[in-house]
Each structure stands twice: as structure tokens, then as C-alpha cells.
Design a protein around this ligand. Structure first.
Ligand SMILES: Cc1cc2nc3c(=O)[nH]c(=O)nc-3n(C[C@H](O)[C@H](O)[C@H](O)COP(=O)(O)OP(=O)(O)OC[C@H]3O[C@@H](n4cnc5c(N)ncnc54)[C@H](O)[C@@H]3O)c2cc1C
Length: 568
């Protein structure tokens, strides 16, 4: 491609494919021309002087520098391109001072360009997002392909959700599901697709082994939730970060924080041009990558990147939340728990026979509604329906799921005959297994005066009480937030990726992992397990490919060296 055709192209220049040594000596001029093109694409050419073809008056090469230009010139769009630190070689391009606008403040005298020039056969993986999936995937890729340059771009703090997860304890995974098919059933989005190889490749036991092998002691609680024995999410963070930062350059995963990946497109040579920005500064950086792993969680920017690269997005909606119930008398019961209820969610316009909209398990009354495992599971399975119903519906609760209604009526009748002279408030059948405060609530809802004697209660009233206990309707008037865990349903559809590699079906060398996909689990460690598994599979696929590419190039270099020796 001639220089003039490149200049006319709107695609960003591709510097990473060039090796530094190519720019030494006579090739320097070519490099200068490419710089000019790059500046042109960034609209910076007006800063160049006219007395040299490249526009600059001096070119310096510096090795192992990490200089970052951070000039702040008001009213002028300035791009800072220096801080990727992808390669040891950096080229400082000095522009003529008098061509640079000063805007009454400091003068931009140097623009630093980072030429990501991988060594022979070295490829670059850019991981978007330093969450559970991104960091785990980066470590896996780097472990398999030590010569792969792995750069994780994190816009905020790495592993920030791990930090707050599980009430600060981090529920790493769930240890109760050796059967992957049963495990898959814990994913309202993903249950069909995860029946296959997904967890077989890296399931909860593998996750537990990984953390144990890396020095984290874990414990499995009665309900299957797995936590570090320290009961502190910092233990998990420290483990992942020290593994990612492990000393010894071949193992190092580069972590860049405070930058947002805002754009990605494919280049003519089948790579990716990745655009990074800093929100606080007028800062843009372009990086070329051989592989991209999008592990951006539920961030909108992550969805935008996926669409820029040709993917569709299933509309994101919240999952795992509590139900707001407008019932002042119920609110008085705040803190009351029910070890086992059967709850059914009814929503207008939704088919009545969706099995997952009926759940059995513990329930909790909060100061503004209902929570507990049963409600959270319903919120997850009903996430999409609830969103379209504007979070309004009816929750029908059976408070005695193990008792048939006729048995319940008999228990009430028996109790009446035994405690004729007692007030209804003061005693009730033990089979009900509810606290007195709740019994009071039931009497109030039935309009039975608390001082009434059991002898005065009609059989009809007893039937009504039994019916209410078996089918107590609550009006759902909105959603709350479950502070221990909260996820997003929606994202990149699983039909658009290969689950055995986590690779895109649309774009080769593009991978996804974690919550950015249309996957969400119920509470209990299932959401992190999705992140670990997806990250691990994506990291494995990329690491294997990069390893093969590196070996192939080295093989060719070896052949070339032998040939050269023969010629000498
Ligand atoms: C309060 C809370 C508690 C939870 N507790 C648990 C629990 O105990 N167990 C469990 O299994 N699950 C839990 N979850 C869910 C779990 O945290 C998520 O499912 C999991 O973190 C998803 O991992 P991820 O790597 O896909 O995404 P995230 O952890 O969200 O990581 C994505 C990262 O990408 C970054 N990012 C996004 N877009 C860009 C961009 N364009 N450029 C640069 N960076 C970007 C974000 O800043 C973020 O750090 C909890 C969630 C919450 C909110």
C-alpha cells in the first residue's frame, strides 16, 4: 500500500506490526512518514512544521522509558499516546516549538508515541475489564503463553465487585454440585447452554482447586456456598493480583487502570485497533491487539464494544432483587424469617405454567417487603417478565408447604377442641411452625379479634385461616436491591459465541467471558463461577493460539538462522 493511499484511509495506523529494528537507519524516514499519517488521522498534523517531510525537526529513540506526556492545553484537543508501555522501545518525537499552540499556558513541546512493537512472534491480548472474568482469563492466557503480551484495561479499580461480594466475604463458588447438569439449572439465563462442556472444562471443583493451589484456604458452608476461611474477600483479591503481577517478566500481566476502552474495530491485517480514553483528561490512546477478551461485566461501554464488533445485545435488565410490598402490617414483621415457604409469582400477561416462577425455600420479611432465597430466585427467573410488568404483580405464598390444606384444617379444628377457653392470639397449632407475630398478622388479615376465644371461632373462619396460610397473596409494587449480590440479565447472546472456546462466532480472535454475556445465576456463588469458567476457557483458547503462533514464528526464525549459517 502506498503512503498516499494510507493517508486517505480513515483506519488508524498500524504500528504494532512494525518491529523497532525496521525503523533504525534508513527505515527511520519510513517511520517518520507513518508518524505523519498517524498524526493526520488524529487531526494533529497542523502541529507539524513544514521544513521536513515528517514535520518534525528531531527524532530521538529512547529505550525502556515510560515517559507520559500529560500537558493540559485548554481549548485544544491533545492526544496522549504514551502510557501503554507495551514495548520497551519508545520513540519521542519532538515537534518544532513554534508550531505548537500555547493557549497562554504551558506549551506542548513533546508528543510521545508508544510503538507497540512486539518482539519476533510476540502477540498482544487486550483484556477489557479487570473483574473476576478478565483477571482470571488474563492469568490463564499468560500461563499458557508466557510470550503473549497480556494487557488488562480497567476503568476503575480491579476486582472491585469481588471486594464487596458476599457481604465482604466473597462467595467464590458453590460446592454442592458435582453434577454439571444440575449446576446448569442454577442459571436462569444459561441453563440450557451450560448443560454441555462449559462446566466440564472448569467447574466449581476446579475453581476451588485453583484457589487452594494458589494458597487460599476455602470452606464450604452447609448450603454449599464456598468462602475463603479468612471470611474476607481481600484474600481472593490478593491471590489474583499477586498471580497477575507475579514477578518475572514472562509471567507479568500488565494492568492499566483509569482507562476506558471506548472503541474497537478490525484492521485490514485481521487485528484489532483498540481505542482507550481517560475520562478526566482529553486523552486518547490507540493500541493494536491480536486478541481481545471482553470481560466488562454489565457496563454499557462493554456492550457498545460488542456491538461495534458486530454482536447484538439482549436488553440488560436487573436480576436478584427483593420485592417491595406495600403492606404496613407486614412491615411491622421486619426481621421475621420462614425456614420453608412455597411462593408463586403471578404477573399479568405472563403464562401461568412457568415452573420456575414457583420456588420453595426460606423467606424473610424486611422493613419494606420480602426477601430471602425464595424471593431472590423468583426475581432471577422472573427478571425479564418482571421488567416488562414494571415490577408489579402478585406473590402467593404457602406458609405450610408440607401440610395439605385438609391436614391443616384438621390441625386447626383439633387445636380448637383442645384449647376452647384460650384466646386465639395466645395459642395455635405447632404444625404451623410460625412465630406469634406472624400468627397475629394472619388473624388481623382474617378480621378475627385477637381476644376471641378458640371456642367462638366458626368452622368457616378456620377454613379461611387455613386457606390464607396456604395461599397468602402479597401485592408486589416494585423492586429493591439485594445488597449481598446483584447481577444483570442480558448482554451478548450465548448463541453468538462458541461455548467451548468462548470465541465469537462473528469475529475471529474476539472472546467474551463473565457477566457481559447473557448469563446470570441465582445467589450462592454461581455468578462468580460463570466468570471463572468463562475466563478460564477464553484464556485457554487465546493462550493456546498465541503459543502456536509464537512457536511457528520461532520455528521459521530457526530455519532462517540455519540457512544463513549455511550461506556463511
Ligand atoms: C454487591 C454484589 C455482591 C456480589 N456477591 C457475589 C457473590 O458473593 N458471589 C457471586 O457468585 N457473585 C456475586 N456477585 C455477582 C458477581 O460480582 C458478578 O457476577 C461478577 O463480578 C461478574 O464478573 P465479571 O468479571 O464478568 O464482571 P465485573 O466483576 O463487573 O468486572 C468487569 C470490570 O470491567 C470494567 N470495565 C467495564 N467496561 C470497561 C471498559 N470499557 N474499559 C475498561 N474497563 C471496563 C469494570 O470497571 C469492572 O471492573 C455480586 C455482585 C454484587 C453487585
Amino acid at each position: 500500500m502506498s503512503f498516499s493511499t494510507i493517508v486517505n484511509s480513515s483506519a488508524p495506523a498500524s504500528f504494532q506490526s512494525e518491529r523497532p529494528e525496521k525503523f533504525m537507519g534508513t527505515n527511520f524516514k519510513r517511520w517518520q512518514q507513518k508518524m505523519l499519517f498517524y498524526l493526520t488521522t488524529l487531526n494533529l498534523s497542523r502541529f507539524l512544521t513544514e521544513d521536513s517531510p515528517s514535520g518534525g525537526d528531531a527524532i530521538d529513540t529512547q529505550f525502556n522509558t515510560t515517559t507520559e506526556v500529560s500537558e493540559d492545553i485548554q481549548g485544544s484537543r491533545v492526544y496522549y499516546l504514551s502510557s501503554m508501555n507495551l514495548v520497551p522501545q519508545r520513540f519521542i518525537y519532538r515537534l518544532k516549538g513554534n508550531s505548537i499552540p500555547t493557549h497562554g499556558r504551558r506549551r506542548l513541546s513533546t508528543i510521545t508515541f508508544s510503538l507497540a512493537a512486539p518482539k519476533s512472534g510476540e502477540e498482544v491480548l487486550v483484556v477489557v475489564g479487570g473483574g473476576a472474568a478478565g483477571i482470571y482469563g488474563a492469568i490463564r492466557a499468560k500461563t499458557l503463553a508466557p510470550n503473549l503480551k497480556v494487557v488488562v484495561i480497567e476503568k476503575a479499580k480491579p476486582l472491585s465487585k469481588v471486594k464487596i461480594s458476599g457481604g465482604g466475604r466473597c462467595n467464590v463458588t458453590n460446592g454442592h454440585f458435582p453434577d454439571n447438569k444440575i449446576l446448569a439449572e442454577h442459571y436462569p439465563r444459561g441453563h440450557k447452554e451450560f448443560r454441555g462442556s462449559f462446566f466440564h472444562t472448569h467447574g466449581p471443583m476446579d475453581t476451588m482447586s485453583w484457589f487452594s493451589d494458589h494458597g487460599v484456604a476455602l470452606k464450604v458452608e452447609e448450603d454449599g456456598r464456598v468462602f475463603p476461611t479468612s471470611d474476607s474477600s481481600s484474600t481472593i483479591i490478593d491471590c489474583l493480583m499477586s498471580e497477575a503481577k507475579r514477578s518475572g517478566v514472562p509471567h507479568l500481566v500488565l494492568l492499566q487502570t483509569g482507562k476506558v476502552v471506548t472503541g474497537a474495530s478490525s484492521t485490514a491485517d485481521g487485528k484489532f485497533a483498540v481505542k482507550l480514553e481517560k475520562r478526566s483528561l482529553d486523552y486518547v490512546e490507540h493500541v493494536e491487539a491480536d486478541y481481545i477478551l471482553i470481560a466488562s461485566g454489565s457496563s454499557k461501554q462493554g456492550y457498545n464494544l460488542a456491538t461495534q464488533l458486530g454482536h447484538s445485545i439482549v436488553e440488560p435488565v436487573p436480576s436478584l432483587f427483593t420485592f417491595k410490598i406495600s403492606d404496613l402490617k407486614l412491615a411491622e414483621l421486619s426481621g421475621v424469617t420462614f425456614p420453608k415457604v412455597k411462593a408463586k409469582l403471578q404477573l399479568e400477561g405472563i403464562p401461568k405454567n412457568i415452573p420456575q416462577l414457583t420456588q420453595v425455600g426460606p423467606m424473610l420479611v424486611t422493613h419494606w417487603g420480602l426477601s430471602g432465597p425464595v424471593v431472590l430466585r423468583l426475581s432471577a427467573w422472573g427478571a425479564r417478565y418482571l421488567s416488562s410488568s414494571d415490577y408489579e404483580g402478585t406473590l402467593c405464598v404457602d406458609f405450610t408447604p408440607d401440610l395439605h390444606i385438609e391436614d391443616l384444617k384438621s390441625a386447626l379444628t383439633r387445636h380448637k377442641s383442645q384449647f376452647l377457653r384460650q384466646k386465639v392470639l395466645n395459642s395455635y397449632p405447632s404444625e404451623l411452625a410460625v412465630v406469634k407475630r406472624f400468627w397475629k398478622y394472619i388473624l388481623d388479615r382474617e378480621g378475627i379479634c385477637r381476644d376471641t376465644l378458640w371456642s367462638s371461632i366458626s368452622n368457616n373462619s378456620l377454613s379461611s385461616v387455613a386457606s390464607l396460610l396456604k395461599d397468602c397473596a402479597f401485592s408486589v409494587k416494585g423492586k429493591g436491591q439485594f445488597k449481598d449480590e446483584f447481577v444483570t440479565a442480558g448482554g451478548v447472546p450465548l448463541s453468538e459465541i462458541y461455548l467451548d472456546t468462548m470465541g465469537s462466532r462473528i469475529h475471529s480472535h474476539l472472546y467474551f467471558a463473565g457477566e457481559v454475556l447473557n448469563v446470570d445465576g441465582i445467589t450462592g456463588g454461581f455468578n462468580f463461577q460463570n466468570a471463572w469458567t468463562g475466563g478460564y476457557i477464553a484464556g485457554t483458547s487465546i493462550g493456546n493460539l498465541a503459543g502456536v503462533a509464537y512457536n511457528r514464528v520461532n520455528h521459521l526464525v530457526a530455519i532462517a538462522t540455519i540457512r544463513a549459517r549455511v550461506q556463511i
